[in-house]
Design a protein around this ligand. Structure first.
Ligand SMILES: Nc1ncnc2c1ncn2[C@@H]1O[C@H](COP(=O)(O)OP(=O)(O)O)[C@@H](O)[C@H]1O
Ligand SMILES: [Mg+2]
Length: 276
């Protein structure tokens, strides 16, 4: 059975989509069959993987699978990377949030839709929207674990208590086994003293949960999305690419999978550690 991981944080702009796309691409090149579910009506993960927005308007997508109009398997599309597929989304998904309000078992829609395909993948990553509404609750209900990207900035921890509260409600009534996969610090700028403070603070609050790999602020990570490519296909030697390859390695070893199938490149890859 594939492991379903919700990439969640109700703050926007903290690196959820960047982490979903590039962690998933890194897992795929490590030969793990990986699926991204774009679960944000903004459709950023879909654009970041080169899905044509105009074409998507005419095609069935995440929305149609969520409301049960088509099976999820019917809307999975391949990407430029072997082993990496995506279910794309666009503004249609906003409608689901409203339409499902009165629906039976509305929080379980994604979980039910995933049953059919879960065994076909090693990892399924859900790119959550920047809110704690019904879409995120569906993602947390369907997931085996949740992973939180946290931007290295002053108010990083603010709002995290709301997410943790939502998680505890989901655990109580919908998904008792939802595991906290960890916190990924993103957009780290080593020249900024405050960023170092934030790293220390988060490590103090969540001693066993913070990934050792810290994703640096790296312009390649923002550029690649506008080319519709994960950073692996845009600049494999960039620090951003290296960080996400290491994050994948760390995730795999935390999940006790053999990580000896990581690609040979990039060369001179340092040990898994903080990037400054
Ligand atoms: N490590 C990084 N270095 C530089 N820019 C980044 C990095 N991570 C994300 N970004 C950029 O920051 C913006 C917000 O990131 P994104 O992943 O879309 O956040 P979210 O999905 O949480 O809203 C995007 O423009 C993205 O390209
Ligand atoms: Mg996003």
């Amino acid at each position: 059975m594939g492991k379903v991981i919700a990439i969640a944080n109700q703050k926007g702009g903290v690196g959820k989509t960047t982490t979903t796309v590039n962690l998933a691409a890194s897992l795929a090149v490590a030969e793990r069959k990986t699926l991204i579910l774009d679960f944000d009506p903004q459709g950023n993960a879909s654009s970041a993987l080169g899905v044509d927005r105009a074409a998507l308007m005419q095609e069935k997508n995440m929305y149609h699978a969520l409301i049960g109009e088509v099976p999820l398997s019917a809307v999975i599309r391949p990407t430029e990377i072997d082993n990496l597929s995506i279910v794309a989304a666009n503004g249609d998904l906003t409608g689901a949030e409203i339409e499902l309000v009165s629906a039976f078992a509305r929080e379980n829609r994604l979980r039910s839709a995933l049953l059919e395909i879960k065994a076909k993948f090693d990892y399924i990553l859900i790119d959550c929207p920047p809110s704690l509404g019904l879409l995120t609750v569906n993602a947390l209900t369907a997931a085996d674990s949740f992973l939180v990207p946290l931007q290295c900035e002053f108010f990083a921890l603010e709002g995290l208590s709301q997410l943790i509260h939502t998680v505890s409600l989901v655990r109580q009534s919908l998904n008792p086994n939802l595991f906290h996969e960890g916190i990924v610090l993103t957009m780290f700028d080593g020249r900024n003293n405050l960023a170092h403070e934030v790293v220390k603070e988060v490590q103090t609050y969540f001693p066993d949960k913070v990934f050792e790999t810290v994703v640096p602020r790296n312009v390649r990570l923002s550029e690649c999305s506008s080319f519709g490519k994960p950073v692996l296909l845009y600049d494999i030697d960039s620090k951003g690419c290296l960080a996400y390859l290491n994050l994948a390695k760390e995730l795999l070893s935390r999940n006790q999978n053999v990580s000896d199938r990581m690609p040979a490149r990039p060369q001179n890859q340092p040990e898994m550690r903080t990037f400054v």
